[in-house]
Design a protein around this ligand. Structure first.
Ligand code: SAM
Length: 280
């Protein structure tokens, strides 16, 4: 698939998109502006990995015993002026996403302790019904260099339906058992951070994106909560992990990403996918 077929630029704030125009595309644009122009009740599943609002200090963070600088998430897209502004962003995003979810669709939202509790509250206030939280335990977490608190080795995925009345949503329990902890397949997934060949790099060989999620994580999300041919929406797509894995697993996708640099990265990634996403 070449980038002309894959990427669409959201140029007009008037244009309403039909599903055929936008399915299996990455739209370069602002999700908050675009989602209201998308057909209602079209998505079978939504995956959202929103900004974390990490609030890192503006100074460099250095490891206590070496001179290297800690690589955190210090991108412009992660900056908000206050919790209120962050909450408003999350609330608008989730409100629009809820409108485009089919009645039996499910939604996954991933975050760290910095914001996951706020997101959970906002979801409940908007009427989403939380089915589970899944804890992702990282086998290779970034150490707590200053030694002042526990090493943070987990992220939380909230899995929910639109409202309490949604019953016959997709849940592939055999896959859930396969991926989850222990014989019962509990809600704990153990897998490493994205690294090595899988990690997208820029021209200088640095990470293209600070929070690229592992394909294995999306594989688990998609195989437990969708069927082949389903339409998966990721409105804050980053490096496009959701769409790449969706395609490899025979699902359809719509991705939206505001940052041109990442959109370009997604196009390149789609041209180089087979080795990394050849799931068996
Ligand atoms: C945590 S990252 C997603 C990473 C992604 N899951 C991956 O595997 O690469 C969040 C992304 O949301 C994008 N973003 C933030 N606000 C946005 C908006 N209003 N519309 C579209 N994308 C947005 C940022 O540019 C960033 O790439």
């Amino acid at each position: 698939m070449n980038s002309v077929d894959l990427i669409t630029e959201d140029k007009s704030f008037m244009q309403e998109y039909t599903l055929s125009e936008i399915t299996n595309k990455v739209v370069w644009g602002n999700a908050l502006a675009l989602l209201p122009r998308l057909e209602a009740e079209c998505a079978d599943m939504v995956f959202i990995d929103p900004p974390y609002f990490l609030q890192l200090p503006n100074k460099e963070l250095r490891r206590w015993n070496v001179k290297t600088v800690v690589e955190g998430v210090n991108d412009e897209w992660d900056k908000f002026s206050s919790f209120q502004q962050y909450d408003e962003f999350i609330q608008k995003l989730l409100t629009e996403v809820k409108r485009v979810m089919k009645p039996k669709a499910t939604i996954w939202v991933i975050s760290t302790y910095h914001s996951v509790f706020r997101i959970g509250k906002i979801m409940q206030d908007l009427g989403f019904w939380i089915l589970n939280n899944v804890i992702w335990v990282k086998t290779n977490p970034m150490p707590n260099w200053l030694g002042v608190r526990f090493t943070n080795a987990t992220e939380t995925l909230i899995w929910a339906v639109k409202d309490k009345s949604a019953k016959k949503y997709t849940f592939n329990k055999d896959n859930a058992k396969l991926f989850g902890l222990g014989k019962v397949g509990a809600n704990v997934w153990t897998l490493p951070l994205c690294s090595g060949k899988e990690r997208l790099k820029d021209k200088e060989g640095k990470k293209l994106h600070s929070t690229q999620k592992p394909a294995e994580l999306l594989k688990r999300v998609i195989l437990t909560s969708t069927k082949e041919g389903d339409l998966i929406l990721d409105p804050v797509a980053g490096t496009g992990t959701t769409g790449c894995v969706a395609k490899a697993l025979g699902r359809n996708f719509i991705m939206i990403e505001a940052n041109r640099k990442y959109v370009q990265g997604i196009a390149e990634r789609f041209n180089n996918t087979p080795a990394v996403y050849n799931f068996t």
